[in-house]
Design a protein. Structure first.
Length: 377
């Protein structure tokens, strides 16, 4: 089936009791058992929930994966992935990931004996050099948050095959509408469903998708054992949202392309980073492994003073953390999403005080451009 058909139908069958077309919210913590040891396959809400199962099947289908395992947040999904390795194991991770991902790995899990190397994974030589005898997993964010650098998925898959490593891709920025890492042979895909997948800025959630039965078994075990599960209502809202994922992503992409061009032509903007611009260092890779460029733009306004003016003056864009909603958001990575990264590290990555991140929504693009134009005057 095509993407939109799967988005609307996959994982959802009319409710067997009433024929309700929309999967009900199974708002229950437990299930009546027919007799001791006899049940309908549902025992306890943390372990089984039909609304959650529908969501898991739906997003797995969009990623061309067999298994989806949903979590209460993107970070809970990432934590479950760290359960694929053990104390003493080494992980190679993209140096510029979401600040919370860095915090979880470097400031929490390092203390539990995991080793991390933060690598520019857009450079294959650097990935190869980072492999150690105890390396078990490569964790990729592409495009990265917020510098929008890309990693070649085919190359990562090749390295993982050679050294018998697990490959993981955070596909939050692209969504399966524009990028399907599993089709490149990547083992595990994850999302903060909080972002584009839900797309309405009203749910925090995460999901892990894989075709590998062993990885599925382990992550499923951890989902229940750790217990960071999403509520049935959140699953229902997210399931409702995936139905329009294709139309939303098309519009995010169209609007962002127009705004990236507008920003590029404005002399007050020092640098515009958008994978769909020809001057992006990974433009040709973007064309090869993505079918669109997404709705995220990062731009450097030179210094904090200039950035502050833009951040404080916009009216249609809302100043706030997060991204991927239908409404446009604007943020300051250095003091917001990436504040937990030490200043020196941050600046090495290019996350300077003058940097602004735009999450371009699906409003009328003329209004968005007028809003930025006004803020820049
Ligand atoms: O917020 P949560 O649902 O736990 O997801 C964490 C996460 C994981 N991966 C990526 C690429 C992300 O961008 C995020 C969360 N990011 C923001 C809140 C932000 O404003 O960038």
């Amino acid at each position: 089936m095509g993407f939109s058909t799967d988005a609307i139908h996959a994982g959802q069958i009319p409710d067997p009791t009433t024929g309700a077309v929309i999967t009900p919210i199974y708002q229950t913590s437990t299930y009546a058992q027919d007799a001791l040891g006899v049940n309908k396959g549902y025992e306890y809400g943390r372990t089984h929930n039909l609304t959650r199962e529908a969501l898991e099947k739906n997003i797995a289908a969009l990623e061309k994966g067999k298994y989806g395992i949903a979590f209460a947040s993107g970070l809970a999904a990432i934590q479950s992935i760290l359960g694929l390795v053990k104390s003493g194991d080494h992980i190679i991770a993209t140096e510029n990931v979401y600040g919370g991902t860095y915090r979880l790995m470097e400031l929490i899990f390092k203390d539990y004996g995991l080793e991390f190397s933060w690598v520019d994974t857009s450079n294959v030589v650097k990935i190869r050099k980072a492999v150690r005898p105890n390396t078990k997993l490569i964790y990729i964010e592409t495009p990265t948050n917020p510098m929008l650098r890309l990693t070649d998925l085919r190359t990562v898959k090749g390295i993982c095959k050679k050294y018998d490593l697990i490959s993981v891709v955070d596909n939050t920025f692209m969504t399966p509408y524009f990028q399907k890492p599993l089709l490149f042979g990547i083992d595990v895909v994850l999302h903060s469903t909080t972002k584009y997948i839900n797309g309405h800025s009203d749910v925090i959630g995460g999901i892990v998708i894989t075709n590998n039965p062993k990885i599925h078994e382990r992550i499923r075990y951890l989902q229940n054992a750790i217990g960071a599960v999403p509520s049935p209502f959140d699953c229902w809202l997210t399931l409702r949202a995936t139905k329009t994922l294709a139309v939303r992503m098309k519009q995010h992409n169209e609007n962002a392309k127009r705004i990236a061009k507008f920003l590029s032509e404005n002399p007050k903007v020092k640098k515009v980073i958008y994978p769909g611009l020809r001057n992006h260092p990974h433009y040709s890779l973007a064309k090869r492994q993505m079918s669109g460029y997404g709705g995220m733009i990062t731009a450097d306004f030179g210094d904090l003073k200039s950035a502050k003016k833009v951040l404080n003056r916009v009216k249609v864009f809302t100043l706030g953390e997060s991204l991927g909603g239908v409404e446009s958001l604007i943020s300051h990575p250095a003091s917001m999403t990436h504040a937990s990264i030490p200043k020196r590290e941050r600046e090495k990555l290019g996350i300077t005080e003058g940097l602004i991140r735009f999450s371009v929504g699906i409003e009328d693009v003329e209004d968005l451009i007028a809003d930025i134009e006004h803020a820049l005057k």
